[in-house]
Design a protein around this ligand. Structure first.
Ligand SMILES: [Cu+2]
Length: 150
């Protein structure tokens, strides 16, 4: 009986450990928001890592990423967006704004100079573009035949 309880207890402990580990590995993802100047913007805190780690932006929209470097360890001195052609110095305990226009869709890694801190810039299709076009094409057809699936 004691052995069975011990097995159950260790199973529960192991499951809890796995769940905690998975949770800690889960990446925090945000979508850039529109600022008053017509830019899409997101704030990224730099302290031991990038937070959030995944930033979604829309292709073709001028972008401002505000990096708030909340530390002075050498590791996070630069942020490099290899796919976007951005390499910038981040001053300690200050906000550095990086501006660019994402031209290509896809996922682009951004890292510190040694690749220890890693984030992902996800460039998505413009919201008004492709979707609107697709909808305007399918709408008249589905009106004629309401039972048709699109
Ligand atoms: Cu580093």
């Amino acid at each position: 009986m004691g052995v069975v309880l011990a097995i159950i207890a260790s199973f529960v402990a192991l499951t809890t450990a796995i769940v905690c580990f998975m949770r800690s590995r889960r990446k925090v993802r945000v979508r850039a928001v529109q600022d008053s100047g017509g830019y899409q913007m997101a704030c990224i805190t730099v302290r031991g890592r990038y937070y959030p780690e995944v930033v979604e932006v829309e292709r073709g929209v001028p972008t401002r990423l505000h990096f708030i470097r909340d530390e002075d360890i050498e590791c996070s001195e630069r942020v490099i967006f290899a796919g976007v052609g951005v390499d910038r110095r981040l001053l300690p305990f200050q906000q550095t704004t990086i501006e660019f226009v994402p031209r290509e869709e896809g996922a682009f890694l951004f890292t510190c100079q040694r690749g220890v801190y890693r984030g992902t810039l996800v460039v998505k299709p413009p919201r008004g573009g492709r979707h609107t076009l697709r909808r305007s094409v399918t709408r008249p057809a589905s009106k004629e035949r309401p039972e048709a699936r699109d």
